[in-house]
Design a protein. Structure first.
Ligand SMILES: [Zn+2]
Length: 115
């Protein structure tokens, strides 16, 4: 990547991919204890990506500035002009999560049809 592309990438990350914890709004992420429900308050500097006991990724965070960067794919962000959250999904909990999402969508559509 050229230095010009690096500048564009850095600007896109700064514009679209920085999580800012907030409370009291519709998009609030802080719980009653002030902890981020999206787990950004638990981020710490790490030199490698690891997985926790539930199989969720603990992404590499090499600097203090990177603690609030939303996980993303550089190539997708460079070809997209907006927020593009991309995360690893590959644990046994993925099946449960997909079932929950599919069931929620199905239930939502059934409720819409019922009305
Ligand atoms: Zn937050």
């Amino acid at each position: 990547m050229s230095s010009e592309e690096d500048k564009i990438y850095a600007k896109k990350v700064q514009s679209y991919m920085i999580h800012k914890c907030s409370s009291g709004s519709v998009n609030s992420c802080l719980d009653s204890n002030g902890r981020c429900t999206k787990n950004f308050t638990n981020n710490m500097i790490r030199n490698t990506t690891t997985f926790d006991e539930r199989g969720f990724p603990q992404y590499k965070r090499s600097t203090e500035k990177s603690l609030n960067v939303v996980p993303h794919n550089k190539k997708i962000l460079m070809s997209w002009d907006g927020h593009a959250n991309v995360e690893f999904a590959g644990s046994t909990f993925l099946v449960l999560y997909l079932y929950k999402v599919a069931f929620t969508i199905l239930l939502t559509h059934l409720l819409i049809i019922a009305f």
